[in-house]
Design a protein around this ligand. Structure first.
Ligand SMILES: *Cc1c(COP(=O)(O)O)cnc(C)c1O
Length: 380
């Protein structure tokens, strides 16, 4: 049996005709830049997240970058984020010539640990503390970070909160006693439509959602090189536009997203049930509620991670390591002066976690095959 970590062909079967029709409509319309599908997708995605404004952009990376640019983050500023995420989360901070600093993750959720976050802020010299402008939590693997204490910290230290929801569109969190979607708690939420995300396009894409009209407007201006009206530039932005073709494809997929989340949650529950209680195997923790976690990834943690990956590969099961090197140990961030041992939970995760195959179309037979192979390796 061959099992991919993510099989997009399985998803394509059910939607191919609709997708092709939507694409041909764009082709025939010739409105390839900022066509009506972009506006419609922005409207629908903002509504899906419970937000007023959506601004489509070219990638999740650009969603983060343009959000920081809209806050005028620059060389005098510091952005506090997690050391354990996809590179873009910290890369965009440096691209604004600002300084990224890190606080460790919580070992069970893999998300920014609020206690560690507060400790890092309190340990800064007061001159540096005043420079911290943005808190950038990530909702890793599809589960919300613990936003309530993080928002308290943001309030105490006067930080704007930009949520990196690239892996978590539709994930929920109980905020102020009611379930809300991630990306709706801070000033803005940033999402990615990279094909491997739960809502993936036919290429790159992303979106910023917010309730703040001024912020939305600034993102919209920066998306087109800071021009308004066209060819008159009050700001220096970039070309951050979302293609009409991508918006058209995403409009086919968005109405199916919640159903796909259900499929992933059911598969995660099945893994949980059949892999529970094995010594040396840590399963992903449901920190809040199962139905709040959208399982962009199903992450296990084991001692002999690389050997397990090899074993599964020999059985035809592909897995992935997200992520092998935390930010503070990346060559490009050497200049920040961190060292091995600074963020033990992140370093531990980087050395022990493995993403098993998960997607809504994964069959029971395939899952049983994965479960048997994992058990075999662990003699369980
Ligand atoms: C995918 C991802 C991004 C970047 O999104 P792209 O669309 O690939 O640019 C940013 N942050 C996280 C956590 C991601 O998983």
């Amino acid at each position: 049996m061959k099992i991919q970590q993510l099989d997009l062909k399985a998803q394509l079967i059910g939607i191919r005709e609709e997708l092709v029709k939507a694409i041909i409509e764009v082709v025939d319309s010739t409105q390839y830049i900022m066509g009506p599908q972009v506006v419609e997708l922005e409207k629908q995605t903002a509504a899906y997240c419970g937000m007023k404004f959506g601004i489509g952009v070219a990638s999740g990376t650009d969603a983060l970058l343009v959000s920081l640019m809209a806050l005028d983050v620059g060389p005098d500023d510091i952005v506090l984020t997690t050391p354990y995420s996809f590179f873009a989360t910290a890369g965009v901070v440096s691209r604004c010539n600002a300084k990224p600093i890190f606080a460790d993750i919580d070992a069970d959720s893999y998300n920014l640990d609020p206690t560690a976050t507060r400790r890092v802020l309190e340990s800064l010299k007061s001159t540096d503390r005043k420079r911290v402008k943005v808190l950038l939590p990530v909702h890793l693997y599809g589960q919300s970070a613990d936003m309530w204490p993080l928002m308290e910290i943001a309030e105490d230290f006067d930080l704007a909160v930009i949520e990196d929801g690239a892996q978590a569109i539709g994930a929920k969190y109980d905020y102020n006693g009611k379930p809300v979607k991630v990306g709706s708690i801070g000033l803005a939420g940033c999402f990615s439509f990279f094909p491997s995300k739960n809502l993936g396009g036919l290429g790159d894409g992303g979106i910023v959602v917010t309730n703040d009209e001024k912020f939305a407007d600034q993102v919209r201006i920066l998306r087109v090189h800071g021009a308004r009206p066209k060819y008159y530039h009050s700001f220096i932005g970039g070309n951050f536009r979302l293609d009409t073709l991508q918006a058209a494809a995403l409009l086919v997929k968005l109405p199916r997203l919640d159903n796909w989340h259900l499929g992933r949650q059911a598969r995660a529950a099945y893994y949980d049930q059949h892999l529970a209680g094995i010594p040396g195997l840590k399963l992903p923790k449901v920190v809040f509620k199962r139905e709040y976690h959208i399982y962009n990834q199903y992450i296990i943690s084991v001692d002999k991670r690389d050997e397990l990956q090899k074993h599964l590969d020999e059985k035809g099961i592909s897995t992935a390591i997200y992520y092998p090197v935390p930010f503070h140990l990346q060559p490009c961030f050497q200049y920040l002066g961190y060292k091995q041992g600074d963020f033990p939970a992140s370093e531990y995760a980087a050395n022990h976690t493995l993403a098993l195959p998960i997607y809504p179309e994964l069959t029971g037979e395939q899952q049983d095959y994965v479960i048997t192979a994992v058990r075999e390796f662990l003699n369980a």
